[in-house]
Design a protein around this ligand. Structure first.
Ligand SMILES: [Zn+2]
Length: 209
């Protein structure tokens, strides 16, 4: 209770001392060593996701469909090894187009994380898409799927992780397709406050139980 005032909300960071749903994974913070061995994955939409996030994601997809919106799970959990492959592939593609190595690294890092630094490596992130999409869609926010998620994802514990105007905090360009599971209580608060996860953790982490 120390340091918390009556008006400040607080959020549990650990569920059963196993999974930290408010874990910060970004360009500076990697998933903890050995994390991949501890995570329990379940399948949703043909992809794998951490079990609790997965159950909530299934509910989200079902409710969206009930509203007449079919949403595709384009990408979810990725192993650190697979993330490394994606990273190397992106850099070599850019170098193949004539970029220097450092320019290729800088350009890649605007939208792709290094191995261990992607939220997809912790099994709590989902890239959503329209049913026929084969890649992420820049205009996803204009689609019925993107708009439905904007209005409803927080009810299932998911937040739009890389919003517009927060690039200087998150380190990533706006990604209308990338949602992160943080639990319903935190997601509700983040949605209403307009904070991004980095700001939320900065302001409220000392209030965590
Ligand atoms: Zn993503």
């Amino acid at each position: 209770m120390k340091g918390r005032t009556a008006r400040q909300p607080h959020f549990k960071t650990h569920m059963g001392d196993i999974m930290d749903y408010l874990m910060l994974v970004d360009k500076l913070s990697a998933v903890p060593d050995g994390f991949e061995k501890t995570i329990t994955l379940e399948e949703v939409g043909g992809k794998l996701l951490e079990s609790q996030a997965c159950r909530q994601c299934r509910l989200l997809l079902k409710d969206a469909e009930r509203d007449g919106i079919k949403i595709k799970v384009l990408s979810a959990y990725r192993s650190c090894d697979y993330q490394q492959l994606l990273w190397e592939k992106s850099i070599s593609q850019r170098m193949g187009r004539g970029m220097s190595y450092s320019d290729a690294v800088n350009d890649t890092s605007r939208t792709l994380a290094k191995s261990g630094h992607s939220e997809h490596n912790c099994g709590l992130a989902v890239d959503f898409a329209t049913p026929s999409a084969v890649d992420t869609e820049d205009d996803f926010y204009t689609t019925p799927q993107g708009r439905w998620l904007c209005r409803n994802a927080h009810k299932y514990g998911f937040i739009l992780r890389y919003p517009r105007m927060k690039e200087h905090y998150t380190g990533y360009d706006y990604e209308p397709w990338h949602y992160r599971y943080v639990g319903s209580e935190a997601a509700e608060f983040i949605k209403k406050s307009g904070l991004c996860l980095e700001e939320f953790l900065h302001f409220y982490s000392e209030n965590f139980i």
